[in-house]
Design a protein around this ligand. Structure first.
Ligand code: ATP
Length: 306
């Protein structure tokens, strides 16, 4: 199956600043893919390369099998894009803007779908854009990205500026798009959001992809904290297992960390009579922090290793 997005060795510098150091990324079609990283990691740069708004210094980028540079028109035809720095025609009313956008692709006009999107986001289209709040502008930006049911949605920080209720509406819209077989690629630095929405995630840090995983696997691979109360203190050494660290004992209560999944430790626990068991599954935030707490290369070294 043709990937929705394929990046091979994509590098980009702005003068001395190395924004992307040769990234590789494949996004399978029909998935919701979160592109997670802190400010300045290179998310917007990557997205702009996909849309051919900027050009990489090296590497190849394709969208739905089309080369992002040589076939950028084909790409644009199939992509719905929400930029991070959304700029709209201030003096237009929302409905006039959407009519204008519709006029580019009259064959794809779908008034019922447009109405459904607008209703879902509770958007007032009769106001001029300059009079809209930041959240309502963002909603309008989302509607224009979704309007033609594109095969791929590329959304730079889609829920920024939205209150939690509207964020949920957006999540449902994106889930509906994926359920129709479309691909959603969105950037975020908001961890719970990525955890909630996406099936796959790439974590980018200082211009490098540090992890690409299924969200479920990423969480399963990380540390679990387990606290068990036994009927009697268990034999010493029972939990001397690979990937399991016994943190401390308080009488018959033992605290562990399991690093490679919970299977081995649960089997050892089950050899004893258990009164109580509590586990803490790490949030994506814990996982994310584990990646980010490694020392970051200073900018000078990033330049030197360019
Ligand atoms: P944010 O979440 O803050 O939008 P980001 O992950 O999208 O961050 P980018 O905007 O891609 O990151 O920026 C990557 C690096 O490139 C940063 O160091 C940034 O300062 C730098 N950068 C981005 N655009 C330019 C530009 N036009 N000129 C110079 N440097 C730039």
């Amino acid at each position: 199956m043709t990937p929705a997005i394929q990046l091979n060795g994509v590098a980009k510098s702005y003068g001395d600043t190395r924004a992307l150091s040769g990234i590789d990324l494949t996004v399978e079609p029909g998935r919701i893919f979160g592109f997670l990283g802190p400010n300045g990691a290179g998310k917007t740069t990557t997205i702009r390369i996909l849309l051919d708004l900027i050009r990489p210094d090296a590497g190849a980028a394709s969208v739905l099998g089309f080369d992002c540079q040589r076939q950028s028109l084909e790409v644009r035809r199939r992509v719905g894009y929400l930029p991070g720095d959304l700029r709209l025609y201030e003096s237009m009313r929302g409905d006039v803007l959407l009519d204008f956008i519709d006029s580019f692709r009259p064959e794809k006009r779908d008034p019922a779908y447009r109405r459904a999107l607008v209703d879902r986001l509770d958007l007032d289209l009769t106001r001029r854009i300059r009079a809209l709040s930041k959240g309502n502008r963002q909603k309008l930006g989302l509607v224009q990205a979704l309007l033609h049911r594109p095969d791929l949605l590329v959304l730079d920080e889609p829920t920024s500026g939205l209150d939690p209720i509207v964020q949920d509406d957006v999540v449902h819209l994106l889930e509906d798009a994926a359920a129709e077989g479309r691909t959603v690629f969105f950037s975020s630095h908001v961890l719970p959001e990525v955890e909630k929405i996406s099936q796959s995630v790439a974590i980018i840090r200082a211009g490098k992809i540090v992890a690409i995983e299924d969200v479920a696997k990423l969480k399963a691979r990380s540390v679990h904290v387990i606290e068990v109360t036994f009927a009697a203190p268990p034999p010493p050494g029972l939990f001397a297992l690979p990937g399991v660290r016994e943190l401390r004992r308080d009488g018959a209560t033992v605290h562990f960390q399991a690093h490679d999944g919970v299977d081995a430790v649960l089997k050892a626990i089950a050899t004893q009579r258990v009164l109580d068991l509590r586990t803490q599954q790490p949030s994506l935030e814990d996982v994310f922090l584990a990646y980010y707490t490694e020392p970051e290369l200073p900018q000078e070294e990033r330049r030197a290793s360019a």
